[in-house]
Design a protein around this ligand. Structure first.
Ligand code: SF4
Length: 275
């Protein structure tokens, strides 16, 4: 697999200060297949929706996507209950906290997940766009694009659906999120990769922070070690800060920037984490 030449993408002379994530976002669609899925599983959430999609709708063709962040243990515990061999895609951007990598190992052992796939940026993309590792500061959208968006697109090739841990309360862009969505495959820029659609399953869409805390307690799941230091939403180290007392959930992400999503979940009808 070759690295994408970011400079050759249509309508984009260079990554520069443009919003790469928005340009390359998938388009939300609503096919008869989506309508059928929503009707068939209306009202389902949590582990019931996971059972329906992992075992019935997309057996062998669905993968979970996890950041192993602050509340990731909830979704991963549910996935493991349904089928611990479900592929779990972990975006190892190369900029994560060491605590996150150790937390991933701890959860893998505790939950018995057998297929965690750590995917990372293509070396050629790093050489071309981020040779000194400072792109996160110069152009965070471009950094997220090569470290998260493209690796996820490569990892999801061949899957008909992905599972996310997104919640409506997290950001404005997620406030109207449905439990099941459908998007055009955005591809990696390589010929033949932007074909068809892919479903996105959001079993925690209507969960609140309190629901998550209760679940973590009831199932005695380990917390990400940085949560106790007031990191409420945990992504890459350069772009994540503690949330000051009284601050809100995403206040520690991309502080001082007009950015609250990394781009992997942005449909192009929104201007707006995912992970
Ligand atoms: S969160 Fe920051 S360091 Fe991580 S990929 Fe995005 S811009 Fe780069």
């Amino acid at each position: 697999m070759t690295a994408i030449d970011l400079r050759k993408r249509p309508g984009k002379a260079s990554m520069g200060s443009d919003r790469a994530a928005a340009m390359d976002s998938p388009t939300v669609v609503a096919s008869p297949a989506l309508q059928r899925l929503r009707t068939a599983h209306k009202g389902l959430g949590g582990v019931e929706l996971l059972r329906a999609t992992i075992q019935t709708e997309f057996p062998g063709r669905i993968a979970a996507v996890s950041s192993f962040g602050a509340e990731s243990a909830v979704l991963l515990h549910m996935v493991a209950q349904v089928d611990p061999t479900t592929p779990v895609i972990f975006l190892n951007t190369g900029k994560l906290f060491g605590e996150t990598l150790r937390y991933r190992d701890r959860l893998q052992e505790k939950l018995g997940l057998t297929d965690i796939r750590a995917v990372g940026p293509h070396p050629a993309d790093l050489v071309a766009r981020d040779p000194h590792g400072g792109l996160w500061n110069a152009d965070p959208d471009a950094c997220c694009f090569i470290r998260k968006v493209l690796p996820l697109e490569r990892a999801l090739k061949g899957f008909d659906a992905s599972i996310t841990g997104r919640k409506r309360f997290q950001t404005n862009a997620r406030a109207a999120m449905e439990a099941i969505e459908e998007e055009k495959v955005r591809g990696t820029g390589e010929p033949g990769t932007a074909v068809g659609t892919r479903f996105k399953v959001n079993p925690l869409a209507d969960w609140t922070q309190e629901d998550l805390e209760t679940y973590l307690d009831e199932h005695k799941l380990p917390r990400h070690p940085l949560v106790k230091d007031n990191y409420l939403s945990i992504g890459c180290m350069p772009c994540t800060e503690r949330v000051p007392e009284g601050g809100s959930y995403r206040d520690g992400r991309w502080v001082g920037r007009d950015k609250d999503e990394c781009g992997i979940h942005l449909p192009n009808n929104l201007d707006g984490d995912g992970i």
